[in-house]
Design a protein around this ligand. Structure first.
Ligand code: ZN
Length: 278
């Protein structure tokens, strides 16, 4: 085993310990992975409390999720496909952390995204934190739901499940998980207090421009519209188009009907005629 692999195993153990100590996971919940090289992944094992792992417990898999190494015959986490989806979509991502931190998961259960420009730190590091739609754990549904958002987001809530964070190394992914839970905590307090003063659109732009100074290269869009606090929950997220450019996407837009002024006028005239006929 190389020195760097030994370090990565020790880092996973430490992050598992922190996730458990902070109450971000219960029982055997949660999972952590990191790229070992271009062909292999180091992953937490299934059926183990993340608070009490040892370095030799980790499982080595390929990027199809097949076990290619690891002592003790352990199986990788049942959520490995969700991790693989993240690595497939984001070559820049080196590590993935998944947990069920209670406040962020509460927002995920309530269906409330953390996508309003409330905190400078969050705007700078994560942009908005959307909710990936619900998928049955350990099925293909969850990786598919996550794949929709990972191109543009380093952190997301998973509906009725938990949260996911990506990073350029293990600790950066873990710290993003902390930021997600911290943002959920502060958002909850602000809403309990009954007021949310959002950052202005100009300030959001300034913060996003600062990201390069902090060495943050990954995308982190905040909603493009309505950061002024007019009341509507921001619904604008970004997703890659066919040319891999990030473009705003309005969830549910496919359900909307767009009419020209003339078409709308004709519809109203028809309706009025129908009403006044008898
Ligand atoms: Zn989970």
């Amino acid at each position: 085993m190389s020195a760097s692999e030994a370090t990565l195993r020790a880092d996973i153990v430490e992050i598992g310990r922190r996730l458990y100590a902070r109450g971000y996971v219960a029982s055997n919940d949660g999972n952590i992975s990191v790229r070992l090289d271009g062909a292999r992944l180091l992953m937490t094992p299934a059926g183990v409390s993340k608070g009490f792992m040892t370095p030799e417990m980790m499982v080595v898999t390929d990027f199809e999720g097949r076990v290619v190494g690891g002592e003790g015959g352990r199986r990788p986490s049942t959520e490995i496909q969700m991790h693989l989806a993240a690595y497939r979509e984001r070559p820049d991502v080196q590590a993935v952390v998944h947990a069920h931190p209670p406040l962020a998961t509460g927002f995920a259960v309530a269906g409330i995204a953390l996508d309003r420009a409330m905190l400078a730190e969050v705007v700078t590091t994560l942009g908005s934190i959307p909710i990936a739609e619900y998928g049955t754990p350990s099925t293909k549904e969850l990786p598919a739901a996550v794949a929709k958002f990972v191109k543009a987001h380093d952190g997301m809530l998973l509906a009725n499940h938990g949260a996911l964070a990506l990073g350029k190394d293990l600790f950066s992914a873990y710290y993003k998980m902390e930021t997600i839970e911290h943002a959920a905590n502060i958002t909850l307090v602000a809403r309990l207090l009954g007021r949310e003063h959002l950052l202005s659109r100009d300030e959001v732009r300034r913060l996003q421009e600062l990201r390069g100074n902090y060495g943050i290269a990954s995308p982190a869009p905040i909603c493009a519209d309505d950061v002024s606090g007019s009341g509507d929950t921001c619904q604008v997220v970004f997703a890659p188009d066919s040319a891999n450019r990030l473009v705003p996407v309005v969830p549910g837009a496919e359900d909307r009907i767009q009419l020209t002024y003339r078409e709308l006028t004709a519809l109203i005239e028809d309706a009025v005629k129908a009403i006044t006929k008898d």
